[in-house]
Every structure is written in C-alpha cells, then in structure tokens.
Design a protein around this ligand. Structure first.
Ligand code: KE4
Length: 424
C-alpha cells in the first residue's frame, strides 16, 4: 500500500469520502486521491515527496503561485498582531477600497468566508431588493452548495452525477429556473413569460464548472439588456473569474456592468474569503444598514484579509501581469491544439484568459455538449499526466488554472507529456 493509499484509507474512517470537498475524491477518474503536504511556486509536493506541476492552484486562488513572498510576509506580520478580533478593522476598509478601485461596478462590498456564502447572500439581497422570489441560473454553472443553486449544477455535482442532490426541498428549488447557457432564444422566451417575476439572474460570465466555457459573442450583452428591461438584478458570479481574467474580472474583460458581483478564491490569496458587492443602492439593503440579513463570525478575518490584500496589491500594481499570464495560457492552448491536430485526436481545447480545459469530444458551448466528452479517454489522460508529475483537475467538469509562477519549461514538459499520451 502506498503512503497516499494508507492516508486515504485512514481519512475515510473519519471524513465522508475521505475528503472535505467532493471534487478532491477522484470519483470521475478513479484511483487514490493524492495527499499534498507542501507547495512552492508552480509546484505541489505529495506525502511521498513527489513533485507535481500544479494546474489546480487550490481551484483558482493561487494565481501568483504558492507561497508568494509578499503574501507570506503579510501573513507573518499579521500573525504578530493576532488572528481574529470579531470587531471592525482598518484592514477591511483597505481591502474594500482596493476591490472597489479595481472593479468599476462595485460601489460597496461585504466580506464573507466562502464563494457559497457570497452567492447565497447576493441572491437573498436581490430577492429583498426586488421583492421577487424567482432566480435564473444556467445548466452546468456552479454557485456553491446553497439549496437554491443545486439544480443542474456543475463542478462536483456534475462529477458525481447528482441530478437531484439529497436534502434540497422542492419548495426551495421551485423558485430556481434553469436555462441552457449560450442559448439566446431560450433566454428570451423565459423572460417573455416570466421576466417580471425574476429577482435575479446569476451567471458565471465565463463558465468554469463544466470545463471552461466562454460566453458566445453578444450573449452577456443580451443578458444585461434583458435584466435592465425587466428590472431583474444581474449577478456576475466572479468567484472564479474575478481578478483572474483581468484586474476587474470578467466584467472588465468583456466590458459589461453587472448590478451585483460575487467573489472568492483569489481575494483570499489562499485563505477562506468570499465577498459580494455592487451598486450602493442595492448593497445598502444589507443589515445593519438595511433589512436583508447576512452575517459571519469570521467575515473580514484579519489573517485572511492580509493574505487577500497582499495578493490583490500584486495584481493591481504589476501592469504586465495579466498579459503575461494570458499569453502563457494561450501558448499552452495552442500547443495542445497542435498536438490534437497532429494526432487526429477527437478533442478540443477551450480557453479564456488563464482558464483552460481539454474535452475529448467536439465543440463545448454548454452543459449538454460538455457532458458528451469521452470520460474513459479523459481518465487515461488524467492518470498519465499525474504519473508524469502533472496535476490536472480530476474531472472534465473543471477548469485548469494557470499561475504566474508556471515557467516555459513547465509548459514544454506538459505539452511533451500530453503528446506522448495522445499519440499512444
Ligand atoms: P466556495 O464555496 O467553494 O468557496 O465557492 C463556491 C463557488 C461559487 N462560484 C463559482 C463560480 C465557483 O467556481 C465556486 C467553487 N468552485 C469549485 C471548483 N469548481 C470549488 C472546488 C470545491 O468545490 O472544492
């Protein structure tokens, strides 16, 4: 039995499925999850000391690479002042000001401790603000595990094929309408029938939870126009795309202004942080300034804020960061497409900024086409890459994330390994 196998056996005795989040359990690819014990730059190191090139980056947060010196220094300084006070701190105001300065649509922001909390709170706020109950989400999009969102959701829900996850009352999801992503006709007919009853649309502006699925040209603009026309709150779930696609996230990248945005991952720099923000007129409805209740013991936690603030400062100040990161990802995508072409592999590569995914099927523009991927081929490819020391997301319903610490030699090795697997 390998060290990872014995660790996994032990973990399963005490933790459901041996993991604290289902996507880590290798359910779609089989085999034993790899237990990591350290990380540095673009690399992870498992319990047996093996090195892996990291294309998960903690599912997005580690955009600078692991243990960036400025983040380490910020955490060290904060540790010397205490971990958590349960009171307001100046640091929280500084983080809010920095995010508001980077994301034009955000006039006010509330910190929470996860992306789920951010999305759950944003929906409640939109319902309170519009005095409407129905929300619209998209097939294959994932907004965390709050009841309202567990309907045709992506990420781990899709990986586990949980069409009807347990414990979610129909009384709750009856107010959640689900539409196919990138289908303008379907969207227009839903709005024509029930636009006046829709409190909010929540959308991943670039879907990252069915693989990476960018919006078709004009789609986000249509979403924006219909929400304006019907008085529906447009929520961009930027938990994944926020501060990843551009300093101002997808809304900056596509130049679309949502009414509310949700954030997570990168804004914590690897620590547990989420946030929701947007128009002042809407945000003012959040307690204690308004009647929509939302709270959290560790919201704005000083340690988490210090890691997030240091991360965002690097992103805000380095004027070549995103060009460098997106170029790196584009060269990885181009290399993979050349390999697919050279070997006649039935596969496609989707990419948006530093989000990328490989699908063993034809074009992937929505959940139906994402589910058409050949999972047996994906499994073989995943394990072949893992064996070679390249750690990809263990599901086709996930996006690879590229970090700034990834070097040309890492990309070359990734492509060489991919070619050896796809040409076999
Ligand atoms: P968390 O509650 O996991 O912090 O965030 C939920 C969430 C909300 N919105 C989007 C667009 C997200 O991608 C996520 C979480 N992403 C998954 C990865 N696909 C988290 C990984 C996991 O579940 O362990």
């Amino acid at each position: 039995m390998t060290k990872n196998e014995s660790l996994f056996t032990e973990a399963q005795k005490y933790i459901p499925g041996g993991v604290n989040s289902p996507v880590r359990a290798f359910k779609q690819v089989g085999g034993t999850p790899v237990f990591m014990q350290s990380a540095e730059g673009a690399y992870l190191y498992d319990a047996e000391g093996r090195q892996y090139i990291d294309y998960i980056n903690s599912w997005g947060p580690m955009i600078l690479g692991h243990r960036h010196p400025k983040v380490v220094q910020a955490l060290r300084e904060q540790i010397g002042k205490g971990f958590s006070y349960g009171t307001p701190t100046e640091l929280e105001t500084e983080v809010a000001q920095l995010i508001i300065g980077m994301v034009p649509s955000v006039e006010m922001i509330r910190m929470v401790s996860s992306g789920t909390e951010a999305c759950m709170s944003a929906i409640r706020l939109a319902r309170g603000y519009t005095n409407r109950a129905k929300i619209l989400k998209f097939e294959g999009h994932y907004h965390g595990h709050a009841d309202s969102f567990l309907k045709k959701a992506g990420s781990g829900v899709a990986t586990l094929k949980l069409d009807a996850p347990g414990g979610v009352p129909a009384a709750v999801t009856k107010d959640t309408i689900v539409a196919p992503f990138n289908d303008e006709a379907a969207l227009r007919s839903i709005f024509a029938e029930q636009g006046e009853t829709l409190a909010a649309i929540i959308v991943e502006p670039v879907a990252g939870n069915m693989g990476c699925v960018p919006p078709l040209p004009g789609y986000l603009e249509t979403l924006r126009a219909l929400c304006t026309q019907y008085g529906t709150v447009l929520i961009f779930d930027e938990v994944m795309t926020g501060f990843r696609l551009a300093p101002g996230g997808a809304q900056h990248y596509f130049n679309i202004m949502p009414d509310l945005s949700t954030f997570g991952k990168i804004i914590g720099g690897g620590m547990p942080v989420g946030a929701f923000g947007g128009k002042k007129e809407i945000m003012q409805r959040i307690a204690p300034s308004g009647d929509v209740y939302q709270a959290g013991t560790l919201s704005g936690n000083p340690l988490a804020m210090s890691a997030g603030y240091a991360t965002l400062q690097v992103l805000a100040k380095d004027k070549t960061f995103y060009q460098r990161l997106n170029d790196k990802t584009a060269s990885l995508a181009a290399g993979l497409r050349e390999i697919i072409k050279r070997n006649g592999t039935q596969a496609i590569v989707n990419q948006s900024g530093s989000m990328i995914s490989l699908h063993f099927c034809g074009s992937v523009t929505d959940f139906t086409s994402a589910k058409a991927g050949d999972n047996e081929t994906f499994k073989k490819f995943f394990h072949g890459m893992l064996e070679a020391g390249i750690y990809l997301p263990p599901s086709a319903f996930e996006t690879w994330f590229v970090c700034d610490a990834l070097g040309d030699q890492d990309i070359e090795f990734t492509l060489k390994t991919a070619e050896s697997l796809l040409s076999a």
